[in-house]
Write a protein that binds this ligand. Structure first.
Ligand code: MG
Length: 384
């Protein structure tokens, strides 16, 4: 019997770090990550506000009640053509008749937008003429602002409607004079070369009540007309607020960009085959790079893991040699010595079986067969 190499002894204290690999379904043609993949980046930390509705740590604060934050906005209508300006008053932003729209200086794309608004307690007018304003998402799709607390209008023009596209599911408005909140999750339509890749969606909560639930944007709608899905749509644009001739107040406006969708170059979700191949190559290279800082058994296991993202012949040559040597060493051990190395035998058996199950290494890979025979001969495959 040959003495155990350092490779195997080193494994005893390091094997636990490998539990995470060879676990969920492996990467495939449309998913660069395995299911439950611990090589996937951790979500970045965001500090939530002390009170729900407040701006979290990564939000872009667009208006916080100060004149200074009103500097984030510009009037869309040139000065010589407008009769008035929006004003900051008692910590809110007031739409003034004749001022036209205001819009953010900064351009945004897909986003989470929080905004609060209120009307005067006593309002004149009916239907669309009663407290009309609107929140325009980047690209120009409007979430309607209106006092229809007790003022029926065409449903797809009610407060919380995606204007001209979809009525709110329910009317969750408070009475005029009270503050109302909108939480909007907006995914713009993606159109490339005249082809609609994603018609976009909007989720809207009015005062915490879901009124739009991933509503398809159906071309984006508008006043009195439908739009085709494949009309050109900008990737970025300002957030805008509407002056519809009615005095509407706004406060606490903040926005968070959303992570990109696969059609936008995002790598979470179901990707195209080309994007998956590119990302798998990148992850494979990262895992191989981390293996370069390891030694012995750990390095072998890490290199095996790298193969499930992207096969790499140089890495395979190294780990194949390590696997073959390890199995040869296991073959030389007595039953008693194998019992001591049982965790390592089973870890390697598990890794090789996993890689065979997902066609990453050949079904007839000899060291895998030999290792299975060792484990089976000791009755380990029948036990958990
Ligand atoms: Mg409006």
């Amino acid at each position: 019997m040959k003495p155990c190499s350092l490779t195997l002894f080193a494994a005893a204290c390091l094997a636990s770090s490998l539990d995470a690999a060879f676990y969920g379904a492996a990467p495939d043609a449309n998913h660069p990550w395995a299911v439950h993949d611990e090589n996937r980046p951790q979500p970045p930390r965001v500090e939530p506000a002390a009170v729900v509705g407040g701006a979290p740590s990564d939000a872009v604060v667009l208006f916080d009640g100060t004149e200074e934050s009103f500097g984030n906005w510009v009037h869309a209508r040139p000065e010589e053509k407008r009769k008035a300006d929006w004003v900051v008053q008692d910590g809110y932003l007031l739409a003034v008749r004749g001022a036209g729209y205001i819009q953010t200086k900064e351009q945004f794309s897909d986003c989470q937008l929080h905004i609060e608004w209120s009307h005067a307690q006593q309002l004149l007018g009916e239907g669309q003429k009663r407290g009309n304003s609107g929140v325009f998402l980047p690209g120009g799709i409007e979430v309607q602002v209106l006092d229809n607390f007790n003022n029926p209008t065409y449903p797809d023009g009610s407060a919380g409607a995606v204007y001209g596209v979809m009525p709110p599911a329910v009317n969750a408005l408070r009475a005029p004079g009270q503050w109302q909140s909108y939480d909007i999750i907006y995914r713009r339509p993606i159109v490339r070369d005249g082809v609609s890749l994603d018609e976009g969606s909007m989720t809207v909560l009015v005062n915490g009540v879901v009124v739009q639930d991933s509503t398809p944007l159906d071309g984006g709608g508008g006043h009195k007309k439908r739009k085709p899905l494949n009309q050109p749509y900008p990737d970025v644009g300002p957030v805008a607020l509407q002056d519809h001739g009615n005095p509407v107040r706004y406060r606490n406006i903040w926005l968070r960009p959303l992570r990109p969708r696969p059609a936008d170059g995002g790598t979470d979700g179901r990707l195209s085959a080309a994007a998956t191949t590119a990302k798998r190559a990148e992850i494979g290279a990262e895992v191989r790079a981390s293996a370069a800082n390891m030694q012995g058994w750990d390095q072998m296991m890490r290199l095996l893991e790298s193969q499930m993202y992207a096969s790499n012949s140089a890495a395979w040559d190294v780990c194949n040699r390590q696997v073959s040597e390890s199995v040869e060493q296991f073959k030389d051990l007595s039953t008693k010595e194998l019992e001591i190395q049982r965790q390592q035998v089973m870890d390697l058996h598990h890794a090789l079986s996993y890689l065979q199950r997902f066609d990453i290494i050949a079904a007839d890979y000899k060291p895998a067969k030999e290792l299975r025979e060792i484990a089976d001969g000791l009755g380990w495959l029948k036990q958990k």
